[in-house]
Design a protein. Structure first.
Length: 306
């Protein structure tokens, strides 16, 4: 996986989530807190999600073949979409179900200090995981805002890890408030309400991830900035850009296809040489433009469109 895949952030998140999941389940077993059970399932699902992201990166490195002539780069999008489904079904739906059950059948907390201690430790560990994800993201997001980065990133791993970490931290805060209010008031309903908030949060994050990843699966073109760079590289030559289309074959591989207008009397050798020059300029302007197809045509002024 390339640097844009954020392997460091994924591994950090996996280690944090796995350790936190174990401690949450232990706290749930001794205290009976539904918030701790929901958070344990959440962390366990997140751990599996990170493994899926790593697997997607490995599968995407397979070489192109006759069946998949443009390679397997979109495997990373597929696994990111599966992560969104798992987060929705395993984490969100289960937490909502558990919260409703605890509202119907309240359960008194025992050893109340244990879940609070585990939640504080988990908040610290998740904060380090989120810090790592933000540091890795800052290296590739440039001047984009965090919302723009999540919406426009072509590599799905970092946005997925970022949203998971943010959801994990908010979920821990909800759990801490729910358990804390239960301890202060002696009413276990607050613990159940915290569980419902955790489930709702996970469903919302899963929907956001699903929508953004679906767009990548369907096929996205170059960003407006890269599109302008490609057009600018073509315009440097004495040809007319009739039309152009771009498509991301994977997070780090952009397909560029364009029809270029040449003078009617241009020699074939000159046309071929000019196309090679334009390809080199496009790759220098946008390194991700690795697959380029230019179709030469006779330029007619009334047909030129972009």
């Amino acid at each position: 996986m390339s640097a844009s895949g954020g392997n460091k952030a994924i591994i950090a998140a996996f280690a944090a989530n796995l350790g936190i999941a174990v401690t949450k389940f232990i706290a749930w077993a001794f205290s009976g807190s539904s918030s701790m059970l929901a958070e344990g399932v959440h962390s366990l699902a997140d751990s599996g999600n990170q493994l899926l992201l790593l697997l997607g990166g490995r599968m995407a490195r397979k070489h192109a073949d006759r069946e998949h002539p443009f390679g397997y780069g979109r495997e990373r999008y597929v696994y990111a979409f599966v992560v969104a489904i798992i987060l929705f079904s395993v984490g969100g739906v289960f937490s909502i179900y558990e919260g409703i059950e605890k509202l119907r059948h309240p359960h008194e907390l025992t050893m109340w200090w244990l879940p609070l201690l585990v939640l504080v430790i988990a908040i610290v560990m998740e904060s380090f995981s989120l810090r790592t994800a933000m540091k890795e993201s800052n290296a590739v997001r440039g001047r984009s805002s965090w919302v723009q980065f999540v919406r426009r990133a072509k590599a799905p791993e970092l946005p997925v890890v970022l949203l998971e970490d943010v959801a994990a931290l908010l979920g821990l805060v909800f759990a801490f408030i729910g358990v804390g209010l239960t301890v202060l008031t002696g009413n276990p309903v607050f613990d159940a309400i915290g569980t419902l908030f955790i489930g709702t949060l996970l469903v919302v994050v899963a929907i956001v991830l699903g929508v953004e990843t679906k767009s990548l699966l369907v096929g996205e073109g170059a960003t407006p900035e890269d599109h302008s760079r490609i057009v600018g590289a073509i315009d440097e030559s004495d040809v007319t850009l009739i039309h152009i289309k771009t498509l991301y074959l994977g997070p780090d591989e952009l397909l560029v296809a364009a029809k270029l207008g040449f003078p009617q009397d241009a020699p074939l050798a000159a046309v071929a040489s000019e196309i090679n020059t334009i390809e080199r300029r496009v790759r220098e302007a946008v390194p991700a433009a690795r697959v380029i197809y230019f179709e030469p045509d006779v330029y007619r002024g009334d047909a030129a469109t972009r």
